[in-house]
Design a protein around this ligand. Structure first.
Ligand code: DGJ
Length: 742
């Protein structure tokens, strides 16, 4: 890895074995973008990539000279209105009402490693040899606004991490109204755009369309990254598939309002912007103050979508997630939510936990309903004190009973919310986000606490820390069950109201950080009505997240498949729930529910006492299986093989680091009869190793499995004479392959 600056040509080349990123100072002092892609030879001069020609109806920078218009020039951090008409990366409202800026290169610095971003989640290095960071300094001479553009290139992987720091070094107050984390101008538009969209209970479904002239975008304006869209997009060359072809993935490490957009101009250049959503954003910068954008990560791969995903997985698993649980296989848990909802007593919980323990579960999680006056979703949020009518000796007493069974104990919180029927709201009605003189919308009968205020975060921290200090709590599920409306803080002046959405998320991060620091062994699982805040920002604090409230195995195929495009298996909260399922009322076989949930953190979302003895035996086997293979399932190299978005079959697999163990999951949604023979070509194996498939005890070389394929049609293709119950709808199989080593 290296960052080279050529003084003569004013060119920067950042490269490692996989990628090159090249830029140069343009004749007007702005930063021009020249190339991002597969590694190329280093040379001192790439100015042939700076393309500019006079065109009709174009405006020019220099008087009497038609050599430079920014309209079509590829730039690093474009501004609007000085011959560039595209959407800008930065916009600053000045005292005279102007928004024109002119950011010129002033200098740069190369640092070993990667600086921290204050108050924000970001990728990191464990030693300084892992990455280098280029800090480019640009200045707008009239206002004194200074940009520091940060580019971190890692020694390994096609990764470039970017962020921007904006400082007001002038004398007048500035208002930052756009400050994107990343602006990436590409020389053409021959790409397909992939986004991961949906809604509650169908999060992160893959959507593909051709990139076209005009603007295409996904965003969130809800205060959370949202169920609707994920802060992650992909551009891939036509013909690229899971295994080959060029892709660039763009991911924003942020949990609030975001925008991810590609603007293709009518000369076919593409500008990708990613960052905090400019809508409603207005950050006041007093002289001397700075604003730090969140980090955006670009990953280039020429090995198709799997290649890109594996790079994201490694980076986010090892250099974004942190702490005690980062590298540890996750405990098999039993959560009581779908087992009881709000209807539980302490004894009933212990009864559920007791059976769970007998089956091999390691962690019992008490979900919503244990605190304040919470017996339905109308009351109690904000009062993080156990309800003595339900838990006679509080959380401490229950945790002791669970620990006494030989299990760990976990607890649900929804720290950012309050019900009006709560002591907290009665004491502090001004602590919710609400616009003066306007009605206040609710969601699930709850209101959003103003986390932009330190005293609010302090108060919630105090209540949570008390419980964590007194009781043996090993895990926290942090929920967030509504989007923000009427976003306004009673504590901020009118000219700072455009800061509230971002300050809110900074407050969330602050609370997470304090809890992580002071309770380092607690495993955090994020949640927002399922997958409404499943983003890289939260992954920095909580290494796993409840992927969706939809726990149906068939629905989960699409949700989990879509999630893996950016996020590692170790981050995907996935549980076995009852049949018929509580969301879609579908009956799926118990083995299929487990076969899907294995590719995640794994647990149960039901009362195991209610299963038949035969089913309980099956659960014991499932848990034993998970314990044996969770290291490879959660931390192996994951490949998507056959997409649920394209047909009736889904297939994915993991391979251990030493390539000696692989597990493929095969899922068939609807059953058919008299079908063709089928095979699935596996990936990532050692071609020369012989693998034994554990069901059939047949063995094959890795090259056979990868080139000829694994036969998946056994018994299914012809006429099955009698109903053995084995070949119905929603069937699935796991193929465990172990290398035969002499
Ligand atoms: C929404 C979550 O996604 C569920 O798992 C559960 O925790 C409920 N909230 C509790 O209110």
């Amino acid at each position: 890895m290296s960052i080279i600056f050529n003084e003569g040509t004013k060119t920067f080349h950042l490269f490692n074995d996989e990628i090159s990123y090249i830029m140069m100072v343009l004749p007007n002092g702005h930063m021009g973008q020249l190339y991002f892609g597969k590694r190329v030879h280093h040379r001192g001069d790439y100015s042939y990539l700076y393309e500019t020609v006079p065109r009709p109806m174009t405006s020019y920078v220099f008087e009497g000279d038609r050599s430079l218009s920014l309209e079509h020039v590829k730039q690093e951090y474009g501004v609007y209105g000085t011959t560039d008409y595209r959407r800008p990366a930065v916009e600053i409202l000045q005292q005279n009402g102007s928004r024109i800026c002119d950011f010129r290169y002033r200098g740069h610095e190369v640092r070993r490693g990667k600086p921290k971003l204050p108050g924000l989640p970001a990728t990191y290095t464990e030693n300084e040899d892992e990455a280098e960071t280029l800090v480019l300094t640009l200045e707008d001479p009239l206002t004194g606004a200074v940009l520091e553009l940060l580019y971190t290139i890692f020694a390994k992987g096609g990764i470039l991490a970017r962020s921007v720091r904006i400082t007001n070094k002038g004398a007048e107050v500035l208002h930052l109204t756009t400050a994107m984390s990343l602006c990436m101008d590409l020389p053409d538009c021959d790409y397909e755009w992939l986004q991961f969209s949906g809604a509650w209970a169908r999060e992160r479904h893959l959507k593909v369309r051709k990139l076209e002239q005009g603007i295409q975008a996904v965003d969130s304006r809800r205060g959370n990254s949202s169920h609707e869209h994920n802060p992650f997009i992909v551009l891939r060359r036509p013909g690229t598939n899971e295994f080959q072809g060029e892709v660039i993935g763009f991911s924003l490490i942020y949990s609030g309002n975001f925008l991810a957009q590609a603007e293709v101009d009518t000369h076919d250049t593409t500008r990708v912007l990613m960052g905090i959503h400019p809508m409603g954003f207005d950050w006041k910068l007093e002289p001397g103050e700075s604003f730090q954008t969140p980090e955006a990560v670009m990953v280039y791969s020429e090995e198709g979508l799997n290649g890109m995903s594996q790079t994201f997985h490694r980076l986010y698993q090892r250099r974004l997630a942190r702490g005690y649980w980062r590298d540890r296989p996750r405990p098999v848990l039993n959560n009581n939510w779908e087992a009881t909802y709000f209807d539980f007593t302490e004894d009933r919980l212990v009864e559920i936990a007791g059976k769970a323990k007998e089956c091999g579960v390691e962690l019992f999680v008490l979900d919503d309903g244990w605190f304040g006056a919470r017996s339905s979703d109308h009351a109690g949020l904000g009062d993080w004190v156990a309800n003595p009518e339900r838990l006679s000796r509080g959380i401490t007493g229950l945790a002791e009973r669970i620990e006494g069974l030989g299990m760990k104990f976990g607890l649900w919180f929804e720290p950012e919310m309050v019900n009006k029927d709560s002591d907290l709201y009665r004491a502090h009605p001004d602590w919710i986000l609400s616009t003066p003189g306007r009605s206040i919308s609710h969601g699930r009968n709850q209101y959003v606490l103003d986390f932009s205020r330190k005293e609010v975060v302090d108060c919630i921290y105090g209540m949570m820390a008390k419980i964590l200090s007194e009781a043996k709590v090993s895990y926290i599920k942090w929920d967030m069950n509504r989007s923000i409306t009427e976003c306004y803080s009673q504590a901020l002046p009118p000219d700072r109201q455009g800061e509230v959405f971002h300050r809110y998320i900074l407050g969330v991060y602050d609370l997470y950080e304090r809890l992580n620091t002071n309770f380092p062994h607690v495993l955090f699982e994020s949640c927002a009505s399922g997958g409404g805040r499943f983003d890289p920002g939260i992954l920095y604090y909580a290494p796993q997240g409840w992927a969706s409230d939809d726990s149906d195995a068939v629905e989960r195929l699409k949700i989990q498949y879509g999630t893996t495009f950016c996020y590692p298996v170790s981050s995907i909260g996935s549980h076995v729930s009852v049949a018929p399922n509580h969301q879609v009322f579908r009956n799926t076989p118990l083995h299929t529910r487990a076969n899907v949930a294995y590719f995640g953190t794994f647990g149960y979302e039901l009362d195991l006492n209610k299963l038949t003895e035969e089913e309980q035996e099956e659960v014991k086997e499932q848990i034993a299986f998970m314990k044996e293979y969770r290291e490879v399932l959660q931390f192996g190299t994951f490949f998507r093989l056959v997409s649920p978005f394209e047909g009736n079959i889904t297939c994915w697999m993991v391979v251990s680091e030493d390539k000696k163990t692989a597990i493929a999951g095969w899922y068939r949604t609807l059953s058919h009869v008299n079908m063709p023979f089928t095979r699935v070509r596996l990936q990532g194996l050692d071609p020369d190793l012989c693998y034994e498939e554990q069901r059939s005890k047949k063995s094959y070389f890795g090259d056979e499995l990868m080139n000829i394929g694994l036969i998946t049609s056994d018994g299914m293709s012809g006429q099955v004479e009698e109903n053995t119950g084995e070949y119905g709808d929603f069937d699935s199989r796991l193929y465990v392959l172990k290398a035969l080593v002499s």
